[in-house]
Every structure is written in structure tokens, then in C-alpha cells.
Design a protein around this ligand. Structure first.
Ligand SMILES: [Zn+2]
Length: 133
């Protein structure tokens, strides 16, 4: 799926931010990994160590690079806000079959440029902002 318009994303972000935290929400982590240098997958979990093992088992990739997880108070809320702001800033949001496991992973964001620079200068600050929002 391609990016939605910035106007729509701004509206959705404000709406999600105004919503109170649901009872199903709670502490956990926002996790991220990058594959093929430019494809960032962002998700949330209660247990990062377990989620990472699960990913590496279900979708083995020799090119995956795990990034430091971010501890958050409300993992669902932080993830939803992170996805919206990443969609706002990304070059593409592809929904293609994974070359490693053949599944269609959702919430994958592609950015132009060097993966480390994109992580340090854009993705990590956006995740931190979502964690505090
Ligand atoms: Zn996969």
C-alpha cells in the first residue's frame, strides 16, 4: 500500500493522540529491524527477547539487523503513533510477499538513503517521540 496523503495522516495522528489509552494497552517495547538496508519493520511487544526469537525463527533473514528496542508505557498507542509518523515521512510503504518467508508483512516502511543515517536521524527520533506522545 502506498502512503496516504499527509493531510490524512496528520488528521489520523491528532485523532489517535487525543484518544485515551485503552485497557488492553500497557507497558512494553517498540521494536525495529532493518532489512536490505532500507526496509524498516516496526512493531510492538510485551516481551522483546521473545518476539525477536519468534521473528528470527518464523522469517529467517541473514540481512536483518535488529535495532535497540524502546521501552514504552503504552505499547499499542506508541506503535499506532509511530506507524502514522513513519508513513508520513517514508518514501514507500510496500505490501509485498517477503523474500524470506513468503508472508506479506504489514507496517514496513522504506526510506531513501543509508540505513544507519535514516535510523539515527529520522526513525529513532520518531519512535522516541511516539513513545512520549
Ligand atoms: Zn518474512
Amino acid at each position: 500500500m502506498a502512503r496516504r496523503s499527509r493531510r490524512v495522516l496528520r488528521y489520523l495522528y491528532a485523532k489517535r493522540q487525543a484518544r485515551s489509552t485503552s485497557r488492553a494497552d500497557g507497558p512494553g517495547y517498540i521494536y525495529a529491524f532493518v532489512d536490505r538496508r532500507r526496509r524498516f519493520k516496526i512493531g510492538m511487544t510485551k516481551n522483546f527477547a521473545q518476539r525477536r526469537v519468534q521473528w528470527d525463527k518464523q522469517c529467517p533473514s541473514s540481512t536483518r539487523r535488529w535495532l535497540p528496542p524502546i521501552a514504552v508505557k503504552s505499547r499499542r498507542r506508541a506503535e499506532a503513533l509511530a506507524h502514522l509518523s513513519l508513513e508520513f515521512h517514508c518514501a514507500d510503504r510496500p505490501k509485498i510477499r517477503c523474500g524470506h518467508c513468503r508472508k506479506k508483512h504489514v507496517e514496513v516502511f522504506v526510506f531513501a538513503g543509508n540505513g544507519s543515517v535514516v535510523w539515527n536521524d529520522l526513525v529513532y527520533p520518531l519512535l522516541q517521540k511516539a513513545a512520549r506522545a
